[in-house]
Design a protein around this ligand. Structure first.
Ligand code: NAD
Length: 255
């Protein structure tokens, strides 16, 4: 795939799941300059991209001070960016009547404040043309009980992508959002209802399959690699006329 001339790429949440798969996919597609951000220092350090110029930044994407430093470090190392993937996120579930303010704030802080701060840094660091993908979620457009904080955060992140698309268009900066349905990544671990399903059905695969069978016309969840390939497409010149798009990738769940 062909990417913007300064194809240094920023990826948040790069230590696991979709972010890690996206770094590996872009590396396979020839990108060689990476700024990788994650709160999990050990797992981020374990990601190897042989021969690439990799700047790793450990920190919380919802902390403005992390971005002050990241913007300085990325400018010094790469002189700017051409591509960015606004990906770090956390899950959270619970009916509105039972949702504590702390849980609400935790999800909104990482998924929305973090998306804003990442997007702001990317729009500053990409000097002219380029491409950004915001990883939203199908939960941002399809309401389900128990998904208030996560869904609201992802709806807002998708809207941020559309505003950024209008702001970036005059200089050829494209901004799109991808809205995955279920993806087999560690983000499910620790969610009470999912842990219960794993225990009842005997394995993680069986629990994921049961959810996919119940909700998805295609009958399965995506892999992180599949979503990474779609992100790479949106970042590439093959998507040159796409901006402000909310691309669903949900096996038909939202139909
Ligand atoms: P994951 O848990 O495998 O990866 C998330 C990464 O983000 C982890 O490496 C984690 O350490 C990092 N992270 C979390 N909080 C952070 C913070 N405050 N600062 C910096 N890094 C932080 O999950 P994933 O499924 O790969 O999730 C990636 C994105 O995809 C998220 O935004 C998620 O909401 C979205 N998404 C996932 C699914 C799914 O079913 N897995 C579906 C739709 C959207």
């Amino acid at each position: 795939m062909n990417f913007a001339p300064n194809a240094a790429v920023l990826i948040t949440g790069a230590a696991s799941g979709i972010g890690k798969a996206t770094a590996e996919r872009l590396y396979a597609d020839g990108v060689r300059r990476f700024a990788l951000v994650d709160i999990d220092e050990a797992r981020l350090a374990a990601l190897t991209l042989e021969g690439a110029d990799v700047l790793t930044l450990t920190g919380d994407v919802s902390d403005p001070a992390v971005w002050d430093k990241a913007e300085r470090d990325i400018s010094a190392r790469f002189g700017g960016l051409g591509l960015a993937v606004v990906n770090a996120g956390v899950s959270g579930a619970g009916p509105i009547a039972d949702l504590s303010f702390e849980d609400w704030r935790r999800v909104l802080s990482v998924n929305l404040d973090g998306a804003f701060l990442t997007l702001r840094a990317a729009m500053r660091l990409i000097a002219g043309a380029g491409a950004i993908v915001v990883v939203s979620s199908i939960a941002g457009i399809k309401a389900e009980p128990g998904v208030a904080a996560y869904g609201a955060s992802k709806a807002a992140a998708a809207h941020l992508a559309k505003v950024a698309a209008k702001e970036g268009a005059p200089r050829g900066l494209r901004v799109n959002a991808i809205l995955p349905g279920g993806v087999d990544t560690p983000i499910w671990n620790g969610m009470g209802f999912f842990d219960d399903m794993v225990r009842d059905l005997g394995s993680r695969d069986a629990a994921l399959q049961a959810m996919a069978t119940a909700a998805t016309p295609l009958g399965r969840f995506a892999t992180a690699d599949e979503i990474a390939g779609q992100i790479a497409f949106l970042l590439s010149d093959a998507a040159a006329t796409m901006t402000g798009a909310l691309l669903t990738s949900d096996g038909g769940y939202s139909l």
